[in-house]
Design a protein around this ligand. Structure first.
Ligand code: NAD
Length: 495
């Protein structure tokens, strides 16, 4: 008997094990293969889209309150299975259980938001637009929508997409990351148990061939994507060329400006969480600290002490570390190469997590917290997304230069400032080129009711994921202008 966890597709309400090629799914804590992910393509996508298309007419006619009730039940089921779900996230991704819990909670909030769909779908009305003529807007679903998700938030990012899309009356095909397919399946089982009609939600596993089949399928109306910038750009260009609505979130490089008046202990704590939380594998990771003036001398000694104290280890057992592994051995090697490139170009390593040994789990994909000082804007390390537990430090003389440097980035996901000065904070929030801004908040990632507003190379599209913009993304607006012929019906005011 194999120890591998089965990883079927979910199509038309059935769990189907496709034959053919697969890719290994690892437990990054141990380096063991824990599942084989099917490498689906056009055939599986074709069947799933056909199932979603045929489920659409009945689901579209289901009243919004009944659609919402499915998500009330879903929320309860996710809560009931919370511990097991978080363990699945930890096991296939490597997050600590604390991090997994936080991320699943962010996902649950998206289900809760979708439960409000009867009021989210309210339109506008104006009586007597002209004499005897009324006007109203209604929001209607699009049809089959698709979601393509990254490895780093196996529950949260899929939950950004399908609960709201489906609650709005659409049907959905999810193509999760092939590195973390098991959490997506677990969430799919729970949605099935919540009583969603067959075919409304489908999961097809795979890589590029499955993605391309979704992007070119004539019956897919909208595509939500979250992943790296080159793929986000490709998804946006290919999807829109094929006539689809696309929202594509890309990668990031987020700057945290530290003013000389910042509260040192609180800033150190926030900065270590922002840089090293989830082993740095967050699109909102605070991966570059820009110290202004004396801030470097005030902050760096305690920051280095805090980074050295971070306990790294396996996340799949009861004794939990502070930080888990990164996703694959290849990714660990790439992060080490980027750090080495910085060193070669003249930066100074203040805390070196390369070559970290974890005796309990010698084959896991580990890196320790790393701090690189004296990083210059032209270095590869400064320009590329590292996506590992590495904090770059860049030193600037004043706030103007710090903002200029932040704004040179091609990305525009998040930026933060740590200061006690309202004036500096105001200046920063007004001038900085980033979609999500933190003031004394290291990871200003937005929650379900606010849009996730990346700018520049961190987002391609018009309407963002989450919040009211997502309702607009998953619906089309109809404006009805009406007149009923007859004379003075009900005109009580003349009497
Ligand atoms: P990725 O771009 O490699 O993969 C994302 C998805 O695209 C996966 O489902 C994958 O199967 C698919 N894919 C990969 N290569 C493809 C190709 N050539 N053609 C078509 N599809 C392809 O991203 P990842 O490594 O899984 O995730 C990490 C990245 O995601 C980071 O860059 C991170 O910043 C980003 N991210 C962004 C946000 C955000 O909201 N901006 C949130 C989370 C993660």
């Amino acid at each position: 008997m194999s120890n591998l966890t089965p990883c079927p597709d979910f199509i038309g309400g059935e769990w189907l094990m496709p034959k053919g090629a697969t890719t290994p799914v690892y437990n990054p804590s141990t380096g063991d293969v824990i599942a084989e992910c099917p490498a689906g393509g056009a055939a599986e996508i074709g069947t799933a889209v056909a199932a979603a298309r045929s489920a659409f007419p009945a689901w579209r006619e289901t009243p919004a309150v009944e659609r919402a009730r499915v998500f009330f039940r879903y929320r309860q089921l996710v809560e009931q299975n919370f511990d097991q779900l978080c363990q699945t996230v930890s096991r296939e991704h490597g997050k600590t259980l604390v991090e997994a819990r936080g991320s699943v909670y962010r996902g649950i909030e998206n289900i809760e938001y979708a439960c409000g769909v009867p009021t989210l779908l309210f339109g506008d009305t104006l009586e007597n637009l002209a004499r005897g003529v009324d006007c109203e807007t209604i929001l209607q679903p699009l049809g089959v929508c698709a979601g393509i998700t990254p490895f780093n938030f196996p529950a949260m990012v899929p939950l950004w997409m399908y609960p709201l899309a489906i609650a709005c009356g659409n049907t959905f095909v999810l193509k999760p990351s092939e590195k973390v397919p098991l959490t997506a399946n677990f969430l799919g089982e729970l949605l099935d148990q919540a009583g969603l009609p067959k075919g409304v939600f489908n999961i097809v596993h795979g890589g590029r061939p499955a993605v391309d089949a979704l992007l070119t399928h004539p019956q897919v109306r909208a595509v939500s994507f979250v992943g790296s910038t080159p793929i986000a750009k490709y998804i946006y260009e290919t999807g829109t060329r094929n006539g689809k609505r696309v929202q594509a979130n890309g990668g990031a490089k987020n700057y945290i400006v530290i003013m000389p008046d910042a509260d040192v202990p609180k800033t150190v704590e926030a900065l270590s969480t922002a840089a090293f939380g989830c082993a740095g594998e967050r699109c909102m990771a605070g991966s570059t600290a820009i110290t202004v003036g004396a801030a470097a001398e005030r902050l760096l000694p305690s920051l280095v002490t805090a980074a050295r104290a971070i306990k790294v280890g396996p996340t799949d057992r009861p004794a939990q570390p502070d930080m888990g592994p990164v996703i694959t051995a290849q990714h660990r090697d790439r992060v080490m190469e980027l750090v080495a490139s910085g060193e070669k170009e003249g930066a100074k390593i203040l805390c070196d997590g390369r070559g970290l040994k974890v005796p309990d789990a010698p084959r896991g994909f580990y890196l320790g917290a790393t701090i690189v000082d004296g990083v210059q804007a032209n270095m590869t390390l400064a320009r590329e997304e590292v996506f590992g537990p590495v904090l770059n430090v860049m030193r600037m003389d004043d706030l103007d230069r710090a903002i200029e440097l932040t704004n040179q980035s091609a990305f525009g996901n998040g930026a933060a400032i740590f200061t006690n000065s309202g004036r500096a904070a105001r200046e920063f929030k007004h001038r900085v080129k980033a979609g999500m801004v933190g003031i004394n908040v290291g990871v200003p990632a937005t929650m379900a009711m606010f849009p996730f507003t990346g700018w520049d190379d961190s987002f391609y599209g018009d309407l963002h994921i989450q919040g009211k913009e997502a309702v607009q993304f998953y619906t089309q607006q109809k404006v009805i202008t009406s007149r009923w012929f007859g004379e003075g019906v009900g005109d009580v005011w003349k009497k």
